[in-house]
Design a protein around this ligand. Structure first.
Ligand code: GAR
Length: 189
């Protein structure tokens, strides 16, 4: 039987779109739902265009009620994928999906992780610190930001002339290449 995934995204949602396209004809994974905490997020338009039901929620529903867990359970979601999602995952969601919540982070954790380290903030710090390389980390989610078991990492070079935007483009390229395959692998066990 196919496994249903729900994708959480707070921003543009380009990874959510890549995942959806990758699994379009999959016999393993069905992308059931997009969820976002940001009513202006690009992922909403992508959801409409791709025909994926998209839910917008607020902090109370997410962190102080069982609404999101109930929704995911009712929709028979098997795995949760965080693709640019910026809120800490609450305990009730962790408990409902033990070792079944996967996050992508745009750096080589444990470097450049933790609260406030997301998206362009990460790339700006990488450039500022004159790192020679950076990369992506795909990991299981636990109760702390960016601390769960690492499943996969991939690296790319940072040139002395690279801007944060250049680094972001390299990171997105790595994410598009690897994230769907790693999610598929996790689900296959
Ligand atoms: C991605 O680069 C992802 O790794 C990062 O946000 C971006 C979302 O891009 N996630 C984090 O920073 C989480 N800490 P997208 O909306 O275009 O997929």
């Amino acid at each position: 039987m196919k496994k249903n995934i729900a994708i959480f995204a707070s921003g543009s949602g380009s990874n959510a779109e890549r995942l959806t396209n990758y699994f379009t004809d999959s016999e393993i994974v069905n992308v059931s739902l997009f969820l976002t905490n940001n009513k202006n997020a690009g992922v909403i338009e992508r959801g409409h265009r791709l025909g994926i039901p998209t839910v917008i929620f607020n902090k109370t529903a997410f962190a102080k009620s069982n609404k999101i867990v109930d929704l995911l359970t009712n929709q028979q979601i098997d795995y949760v994928v965080l693709a640019g999602f910026l809120w800490l995952v609450p305990e009730n969601l962790l408990k409902a999906f033990p070792d079944k919540i996967i996050n992508i982070h745009p750096a080589l954790l444990p470097k450049y992780g933790g609260k406030g380290m997301w998206g362009h903030h990460v790339h700006e710090a990488v450039v500022e610190n004159k790192e020679a390389e950076t990369g992506i980390t795909i990991h299981l989610v636990n109760e702390e930001y960016d601390k769960g078991e690492v499943l996969f990492q991939a690296k790319c070079e940072v040139l002395p002339t690279d801007s944060a935007a250049d680094v972001a483009a390299k990171i997105h390229e790595l994410e598009y290449k690897h994230f769907p395959k790693v999610v598929e692998k996790v689900i296959l066990g």
